[in-house]
Design a protein around this ligand. Structure first.
Ligand code: ADP
Ligand code: MG
Length: 721
């Protein structure tokens, strides 16, 4: 669609490119699926339910998996190995088995003409019982076992439909398999039929699929042109052909994804209108002078970067990453002092009350020395106190406001909010950050995290942020030695703890992480505490810290630990979050195999914080998985958080890396930022260059149309982020 004149304004706005009115001109691609042979009302309805409305949608209903005939093994030729194998055969029986203790499992027999095997399910028995029909063709994949004959336990199953056999052995080598829902199956839309209707849809509309990337670009990444990609992704002729088809699809996905980042950055700059802090100086200097230490080189460097951003009217969007204990809080304080120098307020949000309180306490002395008013806003304050606080903030009498989620409440109003800081940013959703920012007029934003984001994921997940990294530690590199001990050696470890405590050291004992419930975790900690304080650690005083204690109790327990009254503290994994105990030098972690690598590293970061020698002792349970083994190995070998982050990514895969997804994140459907890193970089360069050169995409009408139809609506949330 040619852009209308009004959209050609010199300073393009978000709404112009994200025009919701933009419609595709009608074409065969936009015709309803019912226009395809073999698709009647029932099938169109079932397709509609999975979001397939038009012929174009149908062509974009990509296969979930493929079956490569050349990789199917005849049962006769089975051999034990660790590799996954695939077999294709007919279901001969489906039987529910029951042990004397009432345990159920399902066995299905499969015969491929050369031999027989069994597929076994211990879980989802009734589900699979309904799914599997005697006489049906299926493909099963898994790692082979051989108890009483060949077995696959919980194999991946693909149903091939009635004509699966003929197709599989007489036609194409690689067969596409589609995601099936019960609904689809009811109307006969199994993979074989899907292939047939997609073939028909291609016949109707293939020639209308137009390319919007240049041949040269596609050549570099080894991708088919768009139309060919759409055909071959459903009907590949070889593995290479399939690869080229997917390359095209992936490149497009990554390109549009990066285009969103490019726009977010672009609009951030275009609309500037933020506040430039012009007077960075006297107050900042006073705070600096009041600090009991000198800044590290790293802190100075990141502050220079931050100051440059703050002095510009383009709102800062910066992520500060630095390990636990690298001194991010002071950086935050100085940035807030810079805001105050220009007469602006700052708000800093932390994920827990404990942390917010701790920040406020740390900042109070140096801030007051400079005459800055610091206030703490948390959920549990009394009504009168809260009223007074809100009034003070609204009257501009608070320069620095530190708080929890309470900060985003509607009653909190800032007259001059110029800087927003989010500590442990991954613990907040995009919306929460957005709400806080909306309390000012395009304030500067500083996000902080103790879990460095691996390089590849930075492009894909925070592609529009500037990054500052604190790579050094106050007091020099950590000297924490990490060792693994068995349960049998636990008493020796306790003995060591007692000796160390008697000579003035402090130790954390971290109880097992219990995913299911905080209550169970608490009970375990209480029980552990009781056991050791009456047993192995009875000669010293042992404190207790868990998530269900009241705020005041927590504070008291921490205080006793801080002043040495209880030199050992038994804690649930809550200590992971931000507790600052510079004197602690020992940490015993029970069942470390239950923690992720980043979490273990965070925990360990609680000790040896002054650069003194420290010990982290891990006592894993008796049975651990190879993955857990790999994590424990990595944590022993590496102390650099940036290296840990890369290893964590390598071990977990990118899908799992951000444990809880940040709400508002846009998911990649076909790409893996790690596997597709090169493609990602190419797509990013292209997208950013294009937005610079032609922000309205006037020179690329096809691409513009596609963007408006499928992606522009995502700018809505990105706009504010
Ligand atoms: P984190 O980056 O984990 O938030 P903190 O800001 O809590 O780290 O800092 C950890 C500890 O290091 C605190 O006790 C803080 O006072 C101290 N610290 C910060 N910067 C310095 C410095 N330049 N020199 C000495 N100690 C510092
Ligand atoms: Mg911190």
């Amino acid at each position: 669609m040619p852009p209308s004149p009004s959209k050609k304004s010199q300073s393009p706005t978000l709404s112009a490119i994200a025009d919701p009115e933009a419609r595709a001109h009608s074409s065969r691609l936009t015709a309803p699926v019912s226009a395809v042979p073999f698709v009647g009302p029932e099938r169109s309805k079932a397709l509609e339910e999975i979001g397939v409305l038009t012929i174009g949608d149908l062509l974009e209903f990509f296969p979930r998996r493929y079956l490569d005939r050349t990789r199917v093994v005849r049962i006769r030729d089975f051999q034990l190995s660790e590799q996954e194998i695939t077999a294709v055969g007919t279901i001969t029986f489906v039987r529910v088995m029951r042990s004397r203790r009432g345990r159920q499992w399902l066995v299905a027999g499969v015969d491929d003409g050369s031999g027989t095997m069994q597929c076994i399910w211990f879980q989802g028995v009734s589900y699979w019982q309904k799914q599997l029909r005697v006489g049906e063709q299926i493909a099963v994949s898994g790692v082979l076992g051989d108890k009483d004959g060949w077995q696959l336990i919980h194999p991946a199953v693909d149903r091939l439909g009635e004509d699966g056999d003929r197709e599989l052995f007489n036609t194409g080598r690689i067969i596409s398999l589609y995601h099936g829902t019960l609904q689809l199956r009811k109307v006969g839309l199994e993979s074989a039929t899907m292939r047939r209707i997609i073939r028909a849809a291609l016949n109707i509309a293939l020639e209308e699929i137009e390319e919007f990337f240049s041949p040269a670009e596609l050549a570099v990444i080894g991708a088919h042109p768009r139309a060919k990609a759409f055909e071959r992704i459903h009907f590949p002729e070889s593995q290479n052909d399939l690869y080229a088809a997917w390359q095209r699809i992936r490149y497009e996905e990554l390109f549009f994804y990066q285009l969103l980042f490019a726009y977010r950055r672009y609009f951030n700059r275009q609309q500037a209108g933020g506040v430039a802090f012009e007077h960075v100086g006297p107050l900042t200097k006073k705070v600096l002078d009041a600090l009991p230490f000198k800044l590290t080189d790293g802190q100075r460097e990141v502050l220079t970067e931050i100051r440059k951003d703050l002095q510009s009217p383009v709102p800062m969007q910066r992520l500060l990453q630095g390990e636990v204990g690298s001194g991010k809080t002071v950086v935050a304080l100085l940035a807030m002092a810079m805001a105050a120098d220009s007469g602006y307020q700052s708000a800093m949000m932390a994920p827990t009350e404990l942390l917010a309180t701790q920040h406020a306490r740390t900042m109070l002395a140096p801030a007051e020395a400079a005459g800055l008013k610091t206030r703490l806003l948390v959920g549990k304050q009394k009504a009168a106190e809260r009223r007074e606080l809100l009034a003070a903030i609204a009257a501009g009498q608070a320069d620095i406001v530190i708080g929890t989620h309470a900060l985003i409440g509607d009653k909190v109003e800032f007259p001059r909010l110029g800087l927003v800081i989010i500590d442990e940013q991954h613990r907040f959703g995009v919306e929460q950050r957005t709400i806080l920012r909306s309390k000012g007029t395009r304030p500067h934003l500083l996000l902080m995290t103790a879990t460095p984001i691996p390089r590849t994921l930075r492009l894909s997940h925070v592609g529009d942020l500037d990054i500052s990294s604190l790579r050094d530690m106050p007091g020099g590199a950590r000297r924490v030695k990490t060792i693994v001990r068995t349960g049998a050696e636990r008493n020796k470890v306790y003995q060591f703890l007692v000796e160390q405590a008697k000579s003035g050291q402090k130790a954390f004992i971290v109880c097992p992480l219990i995913e299911e419930s905080e209550t169970a975790e608490t009970e375990a900690a209480v029980e552990y505490h009781q056991r050791v304080s009456m047993g192995a650690l009875k000669d010293i005083k042992v404190g207790l810290l868990h998530g269900q204690m009241k705020q005041a109790e927590k504070a008291a327990a921490l205080e006793k630990f801080r002043n040495g009254e209880t030199p050992v503290i038994v804690a649930t994994p809550v200590v992971e979050v931000g507790v600052d105990m510079p004197d602690a030098t020992i940490m015993l972690i029970e069942n470390p195999e239950r923690f992720g690598l980043a979490a273990l590293h965070q925990l360990r970061g609680r000790i040896g914080r002054k650069g003194q020698a420290a010990y982290c002792v891990l006592i894993p349970g008796p049975k651990i998985t190879p993955e857990a083994e790999a994590r424990l190995k990595a944590i022993q070998e590496t102390t650099d958080g940036f290296v840990i982050a890369e290893k964590d990514l390598a071990l977990r895969g990118s899908g799992e890396f951000f444990g809880t997804r940040q709400s508002g994140d846009i998911e990649l459907r076909y790409c893996d930022p790690v596997r597709d890193e090169q493609l990602l970089v190419a797509a990013r360069d292209k997208a950013f260059a294009m937005v610079e050169a032609d922000p309205q995409l006037e020179r690329k009408p096809l691409l513009r149309e596609r963007f408006q139809q499928k992606h522009a609506h995502k700018l809505e949330f990105l706009k504010a982020g």
